[in-house]
Ligand binder design. Sequence first.
Ligand code: 9D3
Length: 257
Amino acid sequence: MWCGVVTLFPDMLRAAADAGVLGRAIAAGLVDLQLFNPRSFAVDRHRTVDDRPYGGGPGMVMMVEPLLEAIGAARETSRSSGAEQRAEPRVIYLSPQGAPLTQAKVETLAALPGLILLAGRYEGVDERVLDSVVDEELSIGDYVLSGGELPALVVLDAVARLLPGSLGNSASALEESHLDGLLDYPHYTRPEIGPSGKGESSVPSVLLSGDHEAVRLWRRQQALLRTWLRRPDMLVGREWSEEDRRLLEEALGASSH
Ligand code: 9D3
């Protein structure tokens, strides 16, 4: 997948893209990551990319001209890179005003031939950039960051692990079909004697029993109970299987008496 990122801080993306899932996806040729700095397209001798907001007020706004030039250069590079059927990459602006990023959205993005991610700084970009070239606005959550670079990396990481041939791909498909819309169950590994200092096994005994069906039921019950207690919003509108209903009722009954 061809991915262009338009950013005033290309070093932030380069550093993170050298490691982890994303680094491996780039090394394996699954992601072609290209960076475009609007400052390279600034026209005055100070290479200005921001200006004061019309109407006054605090902060600065990213100017139209360098951004449109950088996005144009990204499109051009995508076209001449032999990117999938020369399809137009979708232009996504990372912004606090965007729709919240979800795993469903990540899956949609991973199926596209190309992406251009626009990372803002200061108070954001001139609205006319959104009107003329941005297809979609995405936020990564309701907290204040200082720019769109970390959100762009979040999108790239989440997308890269879904690409066919990436390490996360086969493992995640398996895990996601089996823990459909639930939080994960608790995990344990050696040693069996935990850090409590009491010298007895602190691993739930069912996990040491060798009874695969009992292990499956315990994990399912833990996933249901944790989701109920920590993220009840994730269970709203859920279609309940008889087994899931029984496991959760049993867990809730057991904790109340
Ligand atoms: C304190 C500045 N705010 C005034 C009301 C507005 C504001 C402007 C720019 C807040 C944050 C930012 C920079 N953030 C992003 O570019 C951003 C972001 C975020 O801050 N949180 C979650 N997702 C995203 S995506 C891009």
